[in-house]
Design a protein around this ligand. Sequence first.
Ligand code: ATP
Length: 486
Amino acid sequence: SVFAGPNHLVIFHMNDTHGHVWGTEDGGGFARAATLINQAREEVAKEGGAVLFLHAGDVNTGIPESDQLDAVPDFLALHYMGLDAMSLGNHEFDKPFEVLEKQYEVAQFPFLGANFVNEKRGGPVFEPYIIKDYGDFSVGIIGLVTEQTKVLEPIYLGENTIVDAEETLNMYLPIVQEKADVVIVLAHLGYHADGGRPNLSVEFTTSDELAENVSGVDIIIDGHSHTLLETPVVINNVIVAQAGDNAENIGRIDLWIDDGRIVDWRGEVIPLTSDIPEDPFIKMFTDAFYQLGSEALNEVVGVTKVYLDGERAHVRSDETNLSNLIADGMIWKTGADVALMNGGGIRASIEAGEITYRDILTVLPFGNTLYVLELTGKDIMDVLNYAATIPDGQGAKLHVAGLTAEIKGGKATNVKINGKPIDLNKTYKVVTNNYVAAGGDGYTMLAGKPGYDTYFRDADSLREYIAHLGTIEDYTSQERLIELDQ
Ligand code: ATP
C-alpha cells in the first residue's frame, strides 16, 4: 500500500430491520444509515481504508408497505446502499421460498446461511461464506441462522432445514481461516449472555455461547434478540456486536489491521437521530415505493365503533374481542366447525373508527394462509389439553371459535362444539393458520393431519369478514376457553 501504517476497516452493521425502510421525523430509516455509510466511505478512501456493510438478518416482516411489496423496497435499498452481505434471519422464511428467491435476485448480495441446508442434495442452499479481498488484507464472513427457525417459521422450509450452528461453524472455520485474515460470523442467533434465553422445543445456539465455545473467530455480528449493545461485548477474545432493531440505529466497528492481524479496534452503536440528513437517492426511490405500497393499503374496509384489542400481553393471556373476531372470521370464510388461532400471531390492535387494509395487515403481518384440517374429537382434545398447559405470555396461547371448554389443572373439560358435547370419534372441520397447522408454537400434534391449505391469506379473510360486517357496532370479548383455576 502507498499508505503507511495499519489498514483501517470500518464495518457497519444492522439487524432485524423488519420492514423499517422509512424513517420518521424522529429519526431512523435506511436513508439516514446510507448517509453515515457514504460519509465513512469518503473518509476512509482518503486514508486507503475500506468500508464493509453487513446485515444480520430479519429484513422481512413488520411494516405493511414493505410486507405488501414482499420487502422489495428493503432489498433494493440495501443493494444501492452497497450492502456486502446479509445472513438469513428466521423471518426470511415468513413467505414461500419463491419470495426469498425473488428477493435474492433483487438484492444481488449474498444471503449467507452456512447452516441452512437442503436435506436431499445436502449442502447449503445459499452461500455459506464469502471472502472480501481488500488487497493488503482479507476478511472472511460466515453466515448462520438460528435453529429456532424450525419451530418459529417451519412452514416454508420445505426440503430445506437448519442444522446446528456451532458444528457448522467449526466445519467452515478452517477453510475460511485459510483464506482470510479477519474472520467475522454474521449471525442471526441472538445474544442472551444477560439472560432471557427463550424456552423453545428445539436446541439452539446463541451468539454468546458461540463466542464462548469456538476459537478462531474475531467478530460476531449478531441479530435476532433485538439487543442493543451500545458498545460491543468481548467474550473469550471475540468481539460480539448487535445494533437493536427496526433501523433505529446502525452499529459501527473500526478495525486497524497490520500484517493480517487486528492491532486495534473500537465499536459503538450510532442512533439514527433526526439531525442526520437522509441520503437523497435512497429517500427518493424508497418514498416512491412507499406510495406504491400505501395505495393498496389505505383502502377503507369497514368501520368499528369499539377498540379491538390485540395488545401483545392481552392476546398472550386471554381472549379479546379482536381474537374472537379473527377466529369468527376464519369460520365465516371456510365454513369450518372450529377455528384455532395462536395469540402470538395477533400483532396489533385496531382503534375505533375506519379500518383500512393497512390496519388489518398490521394485526396479521405474517402472510399466513388459512389451513383446513380434518380432526377427530380426540385430536381436538389433544390440542386443547396442550393449550391448557400454556402459561400466560406465550405466543402459543390459544384462541378459538365454534368451541367452548373449561380449563382446569392443565386439562380441558366440558368441551362443546357448536353447543353440543364433543364426540371423540366424530370428524370435525377445523380451520387454523398454516403456521399452527404445520406444528408451529408447539402444536406439533397437528402436523401431518389430513387437510388442505386454502392458500387464502389470513389477513384477506379478516378483511372480507370485516367488510361483510360493515360496521362493527360492538364486539364484546367472550371467554370461550374458560379458565377455572383463576
Ligand atoms: P424476532 O424473531 O423478531 O425476535 P419473533 O416474532 O420471532 O421475533 P416474538 O415476538 O416473541 O418473537 O413472537 C414469537 C411468536 O410469534 C410465536 O410464538 C408465534 O406465536 C408468533 N409467530 C411467529 N411467526 C409466526 C407466523 N409465521 N405465523 C403466526 N404466528 C407467528
